[in-house]
Design a protein around this ligand. Structure first.
Ligand SMILES: CSC[C@H]1O[C@H](OP(=O)(O)O)[C@H](O)[C@@H]1O
Length: 364
């Protein structure tokens, strides 16, 4: 997407053809910082500490981590070791495992001497594929926005609520949940986005709001707990969110708080859509609630908040007593029964095993 008058992806190969450069998302919206990473440990840190985050972007970043490892040691043992070390950085987003599996699958048959070149090629392909998948998701989601727009008074915006950041910052470009929004703006369809701040790390307030502002999308920041109230008063026409892992049954694992939005949407007959590229589907899992590992992050993310001080410094402040412990489950699972549809690159699937098999028959 464009930052000012320059187009950026969230990750790209450095001139040294070894390192990658990433937008360090911890400093947005206050500072736009690019970091160069040239070691596997650096890649692991960037994923674990959320310099980069978002399921598809985590996967692409890990793919480049494998490529860096192949430059240093292309042996089978090193390939297996880097799979393990990067896989344990964050447990929930399936794209991480998907990308690591895809890199190992593509590299194992190749002679070690040729693996580095092949690894960088495959990592670049995965990044390019993500952009294409997200653009297709946008087209399929745009059709839904158009249907809703046709039922509104001329000029009245389609009011969309989104949670966390499933934007271009969560992917290589376009985003998943935001892709239909961007295409709607490009098509001249009036939209307005309610942006959930998304405690505790405020991906909505810090990242989605930054994206919306940068792309000229009318938007309003709200606290996470306001969504139900707005739905009760008819202020939300649709909800669209991303996902870190969707099961073969259509259960959706996403940022903590998503489930509560789905409950409010169901209670107010507001359509609740999930945008996802097919690598985010975990075909090996049926029941999301019992089978998806939910990342428990540090309670400090709840007790301490980053922001910009009046004198322009970026600092952390404590919002709770020192002695108060904090729990921080980073994701929750929305049962398929609460999901109106899964917006994939191939079309909108019913949130069910049958619906996903119909969309992806090759997955049998
Ligand atoms: C398109 S995946 C976006 C997904 O990832 C976010 O989690 P995190 O910021 O912790 O990586 C959130 O669940 C988003 O919906």
């Amino acid at each position: 997407m464009n930052v000012g008058d320059r187009h950026y992806r969230t990750i790209w190969l450095s001139d040294d053809k070894r390192s990658v450069e990433i937008i360090d998302q911890r400093w947005l919206p206050h500072e736009f910082r690019v970091e160069r990473i040239g070691t596997v440990d650096g890649i692991a840190t960037a994923i674990r500490d959320m310099w980069v985050r978002g399921a598809p972007l985590i996967g692409v970043t890990a793919a480049y981590g494998v490529a860096i490892q192949m430059l240093d040691d292309p042996s089978d043992e090193a390939l297996d070791a880097v799979w393990e070390s990067l896989h344990k950085t964050r447990p929930t987003a399936i794209n991480l495992r998907w990308a690591l599996d895809e890199m190992r699958r593509s590299l194992k048959p190749i002679a070690p001497a040729q693996r580095a070149e092949a690894a960088y090629k495959r990592a670049a392909e995965i990044a390019d594929e993500d952009v294409g998948l997200n653009r297709a998701i946008g087209e399929n989601g745009l059709a839904i926005i158009k249907e809703i727009a046709a039922r509104k008074k001329p000029g009245e915006p389609v009011n969309i609520l989104t949670h966390c950041n499933a934007g271009w910052l969560a992917t290589v470009d376009y985003g998943t949940a935001t892709s239909p929004i961007y295409l709607a703006v490009e098509a001249g369809i009036p939209v307005h986005v309610y942006v959930d701040e998304t405690r505790p790390r405020n991906q909505g307030a810090q990242l989605t709001a930054w994206e919306m502002a940068g792309h000229g999308v009318p938007h309003t920041l709200i606290v996470d707990n306001a969504g139900g109230h707005l739905m009760q008063h008819g202020d939300i026409d649709m909800v669209i969110v991303g996902t870190d892992r969707t099961t073969a049954n259509g259960d959706v694992c996403n940022k903590i708080g998503t489930y509560l939005k789905a409950l409010a949407a169901a209670d107010n007959d507001v359509p609740f859509y999930v945008a996802l590229p097919s690598p985010t589907i975990d075909w090996t899992v049926g029941d999301g609630l019992t089978e998806i590992p939910i990342e428990e992050r540090s309670g400090d993310e709840v007790s301490l908040v980053w922001g910009k001080t009046a004198d322009g410094k970026i600092a952390q402040v404590r919002v709770s007593p020192e002695a108060t412990p904090a729990a921080n489950p980073a994701f929750d699972v929305t049962p398929a029964r609460l999901v109106t549809g899964l917006i994939t690159e191939r079309g909108v699937a019913k949130a069910s095993r049958e619906g996903l098999k119909a969309m992806f028959p090759e997955r049998g």
